[in-house]
Write a protein that binds this ligand. Sequence first.
Ligand code: GLA
Length: 380
Amino acid sequence: MKDIIHSKFTDLFGEGGVFYASAGRINLIGEHTDYNGGYVFPGAIDKGIMTEIKLNGTSKVRLFAIDRDEYAEFSLDEDILPGQHWPRYIYGVCRETAKRGGKVAGFDAVFAGDVPLGAGLSSSAALESCFAYAINDLMDNGLDLFTLARIGQSTEHNYCGVKCGIMDQFASCFGKAGQLIRLNCKTLEYQYFPFNPVGYKLVLLDTCVKHMLADSAYNKRRESCERAAAAIKQNHPEVDFLSDSKRVWLDEVRGKITEEDFIRAEYVIGEVQRVLDVCDALERGDYETVGELMYQTHFGLSRLYEVSCPELDFLARLARKMDVTGSRVMGGGFGGCTINLVKDELYDQFVAAASAKFREEFGHDLKVYDVVISDGARKL
Ligand code: GLA
């Protein structure tokens, strides 16, 4: 990838570029908890975005995306949102850096990536973090990693229409090889956990489906949670986020909120606790419990939070039938991957059966990605 980027860069912009990279992410457990002030448990992966970039002495940003074979440019002087979708991520990062007091000058960049798009592996966070990190470094802005993650998150909110939480950009900025990170999204305290499950593998099965309107459905889930938290707060003023609520406090407001908001909140309160239970189980080396909790998350995401789809449910059900230790939809949902915790000796058989049965059922192939927990944003 580096060679391809470099050869295009020299063609378009000459010599003197510097390389930066960032990563997509997985999440072991803790889904849709980030914007509810709960815990998440992600790690960066060995698939990401790489760019060669240099300052160009103007106020223009000139970009080339290798994977799309497309050029785009925008000016830092004018507030004109780029027409194509992909440059908006970089446009947003420039604007959000400036809002936080960072300097931004014109630059030329060529980038490429190997995070599968729409698979729930946060290709957009990888792109944002890569450029947030690069600009911070090139301009000597000295913004800390949390600020860089916030720059990516605000880019999604303000320029891409997704009211996401902090998990993806956090993982992409803070990721370390071999380590998962448990983040408390309310206090922003975090802890690295070495992840090296002896006798098990983590594998992603990508349904290769991405449902339309996923972004607006995502935002609606968030609104449900905020309404439920506001109702609970009337009885319990200490509740700022759903993660602050006890399950019984949710029951108290059952008649006051819609049944839909109720079941969304029911899922979130359960999921916040499951992350803690998974961490305890990991410390005991109890992978069977970790897996069982993953199945519970899948059930919640499918039946209560309603962000699954037939393809994902099919894969999780098949995993259960084949005695796979744990399986669930990963990321925002509405398509994308399941994440599976599989015993070494079952791995080949499971992947082969899932691939064959999936094709039989849905008429197209799934994709298989082995999970390698890797470093996040960095200069190369
Ligand atoms: C998407 C969002 C994250 C998070 C997950 C669900 O990936 O970007 O902030 O909410 O969905 O856990």
